[in-house]
Design a protein around this ligand. Structure first.
Ligand code: SF4
Length: 244
């Protein structure tokens, strides 16, 4: 039986992107292949001996389930929440969920609602593998000023792998975002997925990453609107609401 380390399972309100405000179950995996300056989640693998699993959908009571968990154990826990409260989707997040493509491939058909991936948009081969399992893809474009790496080719292939699904693209903007990298990201989307929603998410600032000014955000939205039809600015709302 396939097993994996899960950090947490809980029911909450989607705080970002196209489905902001929707009730979802979140399954958070360990590990990531990138190192973003604004990252606020655990990126290391093998650090979680237990999974914090909510005991009921949204009751904010938690129990510790020993890791690793089997596909059956996670499916059973998630399905209990889905029976309790109607949810719009189950969101696999991280870290980077596509590092766990095999687990998602197995559990996807066992769940009764759409499968959503919240991904950094670089693991395109894993995205191809999950194209029949996931229906919603929240794809980030990661800029060199954030990761210190160039992910353009990976992002290009990822857009091609996911564009037939319910895909939207999210780009975190900060004071460090340069015009050049922003324009390159917009052109990539215009080339491969011009009909998809493009979301600018103002960064939640930390020591390494500072907020873009309101004027700068307006300027960047205007730049994107020169090439794309649907460009929206949506911040991280779960933090405003005090949700997980
Ligand atoms: S891709 Fe996401 S999880 Fe990975 S380092 Fe960046 S913000 Fe953190």
């Amino acid at each position: 039986m396939l097993t994996d380390n899960i950090i947490e399972i809980f029911s909450s309100i989607q705080g970002e992107g196209k489905y902001v405000g929707c009730r979802q179950v979140f399954v958070r995996f360990e590990g990531c292949n990138l190192h973003c300056s604004y990252c606020d989640t655990e990126k290391e693998s093998g650090k979680h001996s237990v999974c914090h699993a909510e005991t009921g959908a949204g009751n904010r009571g938690f129990m510790d389930l020993p890791n690793p968990l089997t596909v059956d154990e996670v499916a059973s826990h998630v399905n209990a929440m889905l029976r309790e409260v109607p949810h719009q989707a189950v969101s696999f997040t991280g870290g980077e969920p596509l590092l766990h493509a095999k687990f998602i491939e197995e559990i996807g058909p066992m769940l009764q609602v759409p499968i959503m991936l919240e991904t950094n948009g670089t693991l395109w081969q894993e995205m191809e593998r999950l194209a029949d399992v996931a229906s919603i893809v929240s794809m980030d474009i990661k800029l060199p000023s954030v990761t210190g790496t160039e992910e353009w080719d990976n992002h290009s292939r990822f857009l091609q792998a996911a564009r037939d699904l319910d895909l939207y693209i999210k780009l975190v903007v900060s004071a460090e975002t340069t015009d050049e990298e922003f324009q390159r990201a917009v052109q990539l989307v215009a080339m491969h997925a011009p009909d998809k929603l493009f979301i600018l998410q103002p960064v939640t600032p930390n020591e390494a990453c500072h907020a873009a000014s309101p004027e700068r955000v307006l300027y960047l939205q205007n730049l994107a609107l020169q090439s794309l039809d649907d460009v929206r600015v949506i911040p991280q709302t779960h933090k405003i609401m005090g949700q997980m």
